[in-house]
Every structure is written in structure tokens, then in C-alpha cells.
Design a protein. Structure first.
Length: 377
């Protein structure tokens, strides 16, 4: 018999810390087209009702897609339209399920990211692409550990188009940008969000200093100098920013190799990051959801090295020090139990992807995509 683990309403006292006894009543069943008879319950404290489905990853869905297959195909260079043809459903259904997998993956990653090897250095770089049109380049910050090549976090920044343009292109740019407000120091803010996450989750000592490797972009240097990680160093803690020229050959011995590696992999495995493509992102928030699904698949399902024996199943997370048994049980949970935002203490880096929040130059501020209310539960 199913026992509800907690009350799903975040304002209720039984949400975060339900008592040991029976805090709910059985409240009949309802018929659903997708799931048949579904048992319902009522909370004794807030008197609100909920069902078995409230706690499943398939909550509120009218059509259930195979999540593991969708995760794998979306991470293997299939575009949203190709996926909608594969699953015989609309592009909106694909986006809805990609969002669900992204939220479930954030839950798994937030729990396991804290367990990785604290000695490994961190590489950071921006993956530059564009959304809507080439006049709106985006700079997606990716932090990745050096040895295990495990993606730690993703952040979004949108910038003005720079570089050489023809006269006609300049006119078009001025026309498009009229009335728009771009974010000041967007790349600095984006890098800062990764430093915030590292400060919160990583133990930093003099013996185990945190080494962050980036290229020589002035924005990264400024953000690092301003950040508490740098300013609050004392006799017991040490944090080092190593900068490497981006003109150095992109070889294995380059300290920025992990960033170069993930740039190459994302461009190969994500249809919207290919060069000269018609599959470019139409929407920054959707792009971040898809990339987040890719990051989780890369960390917890993809084999660590292509060159390893064909029977090897070692993932990037295992190389980073997370037990295989734990990864498997968390992955099972990821594909069955619904993750609740209010029960996770996420850094802004993750909560922005969850709530699909990105800066919009049209609105002149950060805005969240219109998500169904249950996504904020
Ligand atoms: Zn309640």
C-alpha cells in the first residue's frame, strides 16, 4: 500500500518534516485516462487533497514518454523536431518532458555533486552560440572538474553582437536593439554564480586549495577578484585563479583541456549548438533545460572514456568518486519519484534552470518562462 511521504503543499507543516504517525486520510479514488484508478489522500493538517500521482514523475501528464530513451536521444544530437517525429507527439510535449527530466536531474545532481573528490581542480569557460538570431549571442558558462571531467554547473548570459559587420547588418542591429536593455556585466555575473556554488558546496583548506582555471578574459579576472572566495581567504583557506591563453594549442596537455573537451562534446551531441545549423535555439530557457539534461546524462550515464574497453561502464561521476551503487539508486529515483523544488536547497545556478529563468533584453530583466504551477512545488 502506498504511503504518502509528505504533504505536497509547501505552506503546510507536514511538507518538510511530516510526523511519524498517520498524518493523512484515504480519500477515495479518481479515474484518469492515462493512469486508470488513482488513490487520493487528504492531509489532516491543511485539509487539502492529493493523490499517488502527485509523487510520481508522471504527475499531470496526459501522455507518458519513455524518459531514459528521450534523455539518450536528446543527448545524441537529435533536435526537438526530430524527437517529436520519433515519439509521434508535438514539439510542446517534447519540451514538457525535457523540462521534467531537467528538474529530476537537478535533484540528483544537487545531492551527488557534494560527494565528488574535493582535490580536483575546476575549469570554466563559456560556450558561445546564439538564440533567436545571430544578433543575440549567448554565452553559456560551464564549470567542469579537470580529472573526472564532470560537469558541475551551467549558467546563461546573453550579450550584444560584436565583431565585424557589414553596413546593412549594423543597421539591422540598431533597428533590433532599439528599446532593448542588455544586462550589464552579464559574463561576470554568470561566472560569479559558479563561484557561489563552489563556495557553498566545496570545503576549501590550505592543504586542499580550490584551483579555478579559465582563459584570460578580463571579466573572469574581475569577477574572481570581487568574489568572497578570493576576498575571504585567510591562514586556513586558499583559492587560486589560474589563467591560460586561449591561443594555446587545444591539446591534452593544455590546462584548459576539460573546457575545450566539453565545448567539442556539446557541439557534437546537442543539435542546437552545431555550427551552421537550422536547429539553433529559439528560446534561451529551453536551451538551458536541454543542456542540463545533457549534463546529467554526460555525468551519470555516459562512459568516461571512449577508448576504454567496450564492456566498461565507468561514468564521469564514478571517476569523480561517487559510488556506482548510489548513482544507480539515485538514477532509479530520478526516473520515478517527483522532485519538489521546495524540498531542495538549490544554489541560484540550479534554481534558474529549474524555473527556466534567463535574462531577457526585451524585458530588460530576468524572467521565468510560463511554467505550470506544479513545477514550482
Ligand atoms: Zn498538508
Amino acid at each position: 500500500m502506498f504511503r504518502p511521504p509528505f504533504c505536497p503543499y509547501r505552506a503546510c507543516v507536514n511538507h518538510l518534516d511530516p510526523p511519524g504517525g498517520k498524518w493523512w486520510y484515504a480519500n477515495g479514488t479518481h479515474d484518469s485516462h492515462a493512469f486508470g484508478k488513482v488513490p487520493r489522500f487528504k492531509c489532516k493538517h491543511c485539509r487539502r487533497t492529493f493523490s499517488v500521482q502527485t509523487f510520481r514523475v508522471t504527475y499531470y501528464s496526459k501522455r507518458v514518454l519513455p524518459m531514459k530513451k528521450l534523455e539518450r536521444l536528446s543527448s545524441s544530437s537529435m533536435s526537438t523536431r526530430a524527437l517529436s517525429r520519433e515519439f509521434r507527439c508535438s514539439c510542446n510535449t517534447i519540451t514538457n518532458w525535457i523540462d521534467r527530466i531537467a528538474r529530476q536531474g537537478i535533484m540528483l545532481h544537487a545531492a551527488l555533486r557534494k560527494l565528488i573528490d574535493p582535490h580536483d581542480s575546476v575549469c570554466f569557460d563559456g560556450l558561445v552560440s546564439f538564440e533567436s538570431s545571430q544578433y543575440f549571442p549567448n554565452d553559456i558558462g560551464i564549470s567542469i572538474t579537470c580529472k573526472a571531467r564532470m560537469i558541475l554547473g551551467l549558467s546563461h548570459a546573453i550579450t550584444r553582437r560584436a565583431g565585424v559587420m557589414r553596413e546593412g547588418q549594423k543597421e539591422r542591429r540598431d533597428e533590433l536593439y532599439e528599446g532593448m536593455k542588455f544586462e550589464e556585466k552579464a559574463v561576470e555575473r554568470s561566472f560569479g554564480e559558479h563561484l557561489d556554488m563552489l563556495r557553498k558546496e566545496r570545503s576549501i583548506t590550505l592543504e586542499d586549495p580550490l584551483v579555478v582555471i579559465t582563459d584570460e578574459k578580463v571579466e573572469y579576472k574581475r569577477a574572481f577578484r570581487k568574489h568572497e572566495l578570493y576576498k575571504e581567504q585567510d591562514e586556513a583557506t586558499r583559492c587560486v585563479h589560474l589563467t591560460v591563453s586561449s591561443k594555446f594549442p587545444r591539446t591534452y596537455s593544455n590546462p584548459l583541456f576539460p573546457s575545450n573537451y566539453i565545448d567539442r562534446e556539446a557541439r557534437k551531441d546537442q543539435a542546437n549548438f552545431r555550427r551552421e545549423t537550422t536547429c539553433y535555439s529559439r528560446n534561451g530557457a529551453n536551451c538551458m533545460s536541454r543542456l542540463s539534461v545533457y549534463a546529467i546524462w554526460h555525468n551519470y550515464a555516459k562512459k568516461y572514456l571512449v577508448k576504454k574497453p567496450i564492456i566498461s561502464v565507468e561514468t564521469h561521476a564514478e571517476v569523480a568518486g561517487v559510488e556506482r551503487r548510489l548513482i544507480r539508486s539515485m538514477r532509479r529515483r530520478m526516473f520515478s519519484n517527483r522532485a519538489f523544488l521546495s524540498r531542495l536547497n538549490l544554489p541560484p545556478l540550479d534554481s534558474k534552470i529549474w524555473t527556466k529563468t534567463v535574462y531577457s533584453p526585451w524585458a530588460g530583466k530576468e524572467i521565468s518562462a510560463s511554467l505550470p504551477h506544479f513545477a514550482f512545488g
